[in-house]
Design a protein around this ligand. Structure first.
Ligand SMILES: [Zn+2]
Ligand SMILES: [Zn+2]
Length: 366
């Protein structure tokens, strides 16, 4: 069967033949329906040093998958049946720490976890794969269209869950700033994670603005506006002033990976505001910013800055619920999130340069 892989010490992605996996008695065999491509894949390719499984010289890429159960091993403890749709948890715990032992592998303390398609375990850009049922998450048949987005939106769902817990410290009697007020949220960046975070925050009832650099008439900007979020172009003074005059945002969701932008975001937080970071910059970079004001505001206004990575089973399940609600409210927009569908024959086009109008590209395997 075919698989899209990156070999050790290579930055050239290849389509190769690998043996079809035979599931162990406690495993499930899954046929890939589609798998999404993201910035993490592009970063692994750019670095050219994939974390290959022990004893192998390549890594099968891909971690944003929707699959169909093909067969279930005799000893697999599960009620999955052939034909069921599934998505798959990416991270596998260390088995040692309390976080991993209680199913919170996204909070692993030892760092000895593995991640499918990213770190020491093969991913899903391949026709079939096997896994233990405990790592599979059911996707209802009517969510076939959006199920491959469960993984990227699970990252946003976890970040929101963390923010909501932090928000709990400053919400009283069921409300935050004022009773009945729609709170303001800002999403910095509109790559897939930012875009899905904006969509989630709209579902959660926030007044959402998205920060980027696109001009009026741009596709991504129009997409943001199609589900009721405002678009703020940080390159224009007018929008910059607007963002500052908002009286601040109770929640700012960072999804840019750019330090020089991120450390300007606290200026836009409201009192009691939360800045949550999901972008990962690579390599060291010194930046110049006003540390005194940053520190004074954090203290004076009870502000919080925190980071978050990966997601648990609960976050994946929450992600699927967000996608369903979003599709009910904005069916046309939901249908447009996957902007590129490529067959396996056309895989190289998907892995080419990311287009201006790309939100999410997927490889179709069926
Ligand atoms: Zn991803
Ligand atoms: Zn652990």
């Amino acid at each position: 069967m075919k698989a899209i892989v990156l070999r050790k010490n290579s930055t050239a992605v290849e389509l190769i033949d690998i043996p079809k996996p035979s599931p162990k008695a406690n495993e499930v065999l899954v046929k890939t329906v589609r798998c999404g491509l993201c910035g993490t894949d592009r970063e692994i390719i750019r670095r050219g040093i994939p974390d290959v499984p022990p004893g192998e010289d390549f890594l099968v890429l891909g971690h944003e998958c929707l699959g169909r159960v093909e067969s279930v091993g005799d000893e697999a403890e599960t009620d999955f049946k052939p034909g069921d749709l599934v998505t798959v948890l990416v991270r596998r715990g260390c088995g040692e720490c309390n976080a991993c032992r209680t199913g919170h592998v996204d909070y692993c303390y030892t760092g000895k976890y593995t991640e499918r398609g990213i770190h020491k375990v093969h991913g899903f850009f391949t026709e079939y794969f096997t896994d233990k049922p405990e790592y599979l998450i059911r996707v209802e048949q009517d969510m076939e269209d959006l199920g491959a987005l469960a993984e990227p939106i699970s990252v946003s769902a976890k970040a929101y869950e963390v923010a909501a817990r932090l928000m709990g410290r400053v919400c009283f009697d069921g409300a935050c700033s004022f009773r009945g007020k729609q709170e303001k949220a800002l999403v910095a960046g509109h790559g897939p994670i930012g875009m899905l975070a904006a969509l989630l925050l709209v579902v959660e009832g926030y007044d959402v603005s998205v920060l980027g650099r696109r001009e009026k008439g741009d596709f991504q900007r129009a997409f943001v506006e199609s589900f009721g979020a405002k678009y703020l172009n940080i390159a224009t003074d007018e929008d910059k002033r607007f963002a500052q005059e908002q009286g601040g945002f109770l929640l700012i969701f960072e999804a840019t990976g750019l330090a020089e932008l991120t450390f300007r975001l606290p200026e836009m937080l409201s009192r009691n505001g939360i800045l949550i970071l999901t972008g990962v910059p690579r390599g060291p970079q010194e930046i110049c910013f006003d540390g005194n004001t940053f520190m004074a505001n954090l203290v004076r206004y009870n502000q919080t800055v925190t980071g978050t990575v990966n997601a648990s089973r609960e976050d994946f399940e929450m992600a699927l619920r967000y996608l369903r609600t979003f599709r009910e409210k904005f069916p046309e927009t939901a249908a447009g999130i996957i902007t590129g569908r490529y067959s396996l024959d056309d895989w190289q086009k998907a892995f080419g340069k990311k287009g201006q109008n790309e939100i999410k590209a997927v490889i179709e395997f069926e």
